[in-house]
Ligand binder design. Structure first.
Ligand code: DOR
Ligand code: ZN
Length: 348
């Protein structure tokens, strides 16, 4: 059944815009799907690991990357958040200075070597101990977490009884939430029932983003025919996990789970030594989210269904980030006959 929905413009609170020539077309795709703003990931080359250009550290600064995004067409957004990539060089003093200048709003934790562009990540525990999380709490800076345990042997990275995300959400994140109850944390792109349960039972300071692909597919979709365009990290999981994600996002009382596409373009997915992680959903994310809601049993032709969808896509994320509501609406069309997993492929 085809569907036309008019909704308030929305914020994609997790997406990748890379660097160089790719940026304008990626931004254009985001604008084309009604995005009022973006949280632009800092795993660029080089990473966005400092705040001010004048700082001598060998990274891009938030100041510079924001300017690049604006020059590539991002000036059409109401709001751009660039989180600081947390590295071995991040200090509490940097956090304080960035917050005081009003440039720093969020920081991103990457598990070292755990995903695309995560080679500058630094172990999670270090930030509990070195004052960085404490400074973020003191200055109201949001912690965005790629919640996967790093450096696991393959046997536990993805196993029948456990996986990297489950280990992180049972052994790693609880300590941070207990130690810093006033630190706002986003569990980004959650994929497992264990992560969903943790977010739901955590205080109101902890929320989560969910991607279209994790709501739509399971690891079987990736493996059957090795459809590598569905390869992203964290990996797609099992039916029970997808059911937990779907139940969380469609809940009329949902206040914690919001849209963050993790749209992650790769010009070349398959390389000589493996596959690049990331699904590109720029331009089609609202349709994919709508498809997931429909597959979860939500009728998007009635008011209650639309209200749950609007909360997830347009309301909960900006409220958590304390972004003011965007003006204007957008309309998207979804034609069920065009639904195809391979539409997730990167489009030139
Ligand atoms: O699938 C992913 N792709 N997961 C990430 O964490 C990074 C992203 C990318 O940058 O390509
Ligand atoms: Zn990402």
């Amino acid at each position: 059944m085809s569907l036309s929905l008019t909704l308030p413009r929305w914020y994609d609170l997790h997406a990748h815009f890379r660097q160089g020539d790719m940026m304008p077309s990626l931004i254009k795709d985001h604008l084309s799907m009604g995005c009022a703003g973006i949280l632009a990931m800092p795993n660029t080359k080089p990473p966005v690991g400092k705040i001010f250009k004048a700082d001598s550290l060998p990274y891009w600064s938030i100041e510079e990357y924001r300017d690049m995004l604006l020059a590539a067409g991002g000036d059409a957004f109401d709001k751009i958040i660039v989180p600081l990539y947390l590295t071995k060089d991040t200090t509490p003093a940097m956090i304080k200075a960035g917050a005081k200048a009003g440039i720093l709003e969020a920081c991103k934790y990457y598990p070292p070597h755990g995903t695309t562009g995560a080679e500058f990540g630094y172990p999670f525990e270090k930030f509990i101990e070195n004052g960085v999380f404490a400074a973020m709490r003191d200055h109201g800076i949001i912690l965005c977490v790629h919640g996967e345990e790093h450096a696991l042997p393959p046997e536990t990275y993805f196993a029948r009884g456990t996986n990297a995300e489950e280990i992180f959400y049972t052994e790693r994140l609880p300590r941070a939430v207990e130690s810093f109850p006033d630190l706002k944390i986003v569990g980004e792109h959650v994929t497992t029932k264990i992560a969903v349960d943790f977010i739901q039972s955590a205080p109101a300071t902890v929320a989560a983003s969910v991607t279209p692909q994790h709501l739509l597919y399971t690891v079987g979709h990736l493996l059957q025919g090795l459809k590598y365009h569905l390869y992203c990290l964290p990996l797609l999981k099992f039916k029970e996990d997808r059911a937990a994600l779907r139940a969380a996002v469609i809940d009329p009382d949902n206040v914690k789970f919001f849209a963050g596409t993790d749209s992650a373009p790769h010009a070349q997915k398959v390389t000589e030594c493996g596959c690049a992680a990331g699904c590109y959903t720029g331009g089609i994310a609202p349709q994919l989210y709508a498809q997931a809601f429909e597959e979860a049993g939500i009728e998007l032709k009635n008011a209650a269904g639309v209200a749950a969808f609007r909360k997830f896509l347009c309301e909960i994320g900006p409220e958590f980030y304390r972004i003011k509501s965007p003006t204007g609406t957008f309309t998207f069309l979804k034609n069920s006959t065009s639904a195809n997993p391979l539409t997730l492929a990167y489009r030139e």
